[in-house]
Design a protein. Sequence first.
Length: 319
Amino acid sequence: MSPSESQKRLSRLLALVPYLIANPGVTYDEVCRAFGSDRATLDKDLNVLWMCGLPPYDPFALIDVERDDDRITVSSADFFRRPVSLTVAEARALLSALAILGDLGEEEASLSRLVRKVAEALGGLAPRESIGFVTDDTGESPAFGPLKSAIDSHEIVEISYYSASRDATGTRRIDPYRLVNVGGHWYVAAYCHSAESVRLFRLDRIETASGTGDVFEPLDLPDLSSYEDGILYQPSPSDRVARVEFSPSAARCAVETWPDSAPERHEDGPVTLSIPYAHETWLIKQLLPYGPDARITEPADLISAYLRTLSELEERYRP
């Protein structure tokens, strides 16, 4: 199964399990109608659930699926009872799609209620001023063309860029050197005037890119071979280092994610990594998916920030 097919199946299962828990004994036909699926696909998805659960993944911690010729009942899956929430990007995309639908006649009242609920869920977040649609198969960002021209003409570019590590959008002046594709995403390797060093900017996070009319003097091109090999993070002298202990079940994945983090293996199976980071928000986002399998041992302020994040998440998802 390709990565894209696996991702689609995961999305289906995350929506399917809460529905099945809320509707024990539901028929195959009802599920297929609700999810726009067919019997063969549904059977394959249900077969996957037999292997899903929580650590230590013994028979008592796996999801139980009961099926007869026509009905489905799922149990031992209360940790998936709450439906998945929309991200901000997904909610905005949904609002945009609903607006495109326009007048639906008799369904207009239901549509209006749905639009109102999604808008309320977004709260006070400011809507985007415009929405862009890609109508070709190139997958190029709107910034691709301007950046390519600026690289050819050695023009300094001003970009509005969303920084995932800071969770904020800001303006940068950059000297673009080269466009590189890593893992299916386009990046521009550029000298950042704010950071005073070469940085990698992901194109789909660049909201606007415009030439300044100023020309930069090309310097010796930095070594980009690590970027092209898929290694995006480049440590700097100002980085801090976190000590994180991973459980035996998570150790292999953690070492593969941070191969240069000087792993220290313990006799009973865990591994401790020394992970460099520039912004604690970025590292916290990387560690959250590990759950209890990752334990920060230092520094103390990172531990406090991690605990605050957990508390905020618990409050957000509390029924």
